[in-house]
Design a binder for this molecule. Structure first.
Ligand SMILES: [Zn+2]
Length: 108
C-alpha cells in the first residue's frame, strides 16, 4: 500500500487544526488493503471523542469490518481531504474517481 508524501508545514498545521475532531471509522479496504477513500460521510458523533466521520472505499460496498483512525491520520493518508471535513453531521464528501476532485454534499 502506498502512503502519501510527508506533509509539508502547511498541511501539518491544518492537520493539527482538525485533530480535535477525534476518532473516525475507516473501512477495512482502505485501512488494511490500501484502497483509496472514495466516500466519506459524517454521522452524529456518539461520544465526545468521535468525529462522526466514516471513510469508505465506496458508497455501495457492504462493509462489515472497519478500523478506527484519528482524523489527522486520515488526512495524512489522504491529504486531498484537507479543509473538506468541517461540515456538520449529514455532510458527505464523494469523488467519482481517484483523480477527480472531491464534491462536498451538505446535509439535506
Ligand atoms: Zn471498503
Amino acid at each position: 500500500m502506498t502512503v502519501g508524501p510527508e506533509p509539508g508545514a502547511t498541511v501539518r498545521a491544518k492537520v493539527v487544526a482538525v485533530a480535535a475532531h477525534g476518532a473516525a471509522i475507516v473501512c477495512s479496504h482502505v485501512a488494511r488493503e490500501g484502497l483509496p477513500i472514495m466516500y466519506a460521510q459524517r454521522g452524529a458523533p456518539i461520544r465526545p471523542e468521535d468525529s462522526g466521520w466514516q471513510f469508505l472505499c465506496n458508497e455501495g460496498v457492504e462493509h462489515t469490518d472497519a478500523a478506527v483512525w484519528s482524523v489527522s491520520e486520515v488526512l495524512e493518508h489522504e491529504p486531498t481531504l484537507l479543509g473538506l471535513l468541517e461540515g456538520p453531521p449529514g455532510t458527505q464528501v464523494v469523488r467519482e474517481r481517484r483523480e477527480r476532485a472531491w464534491k462536498v454534499v451538505p446535509p439535506r
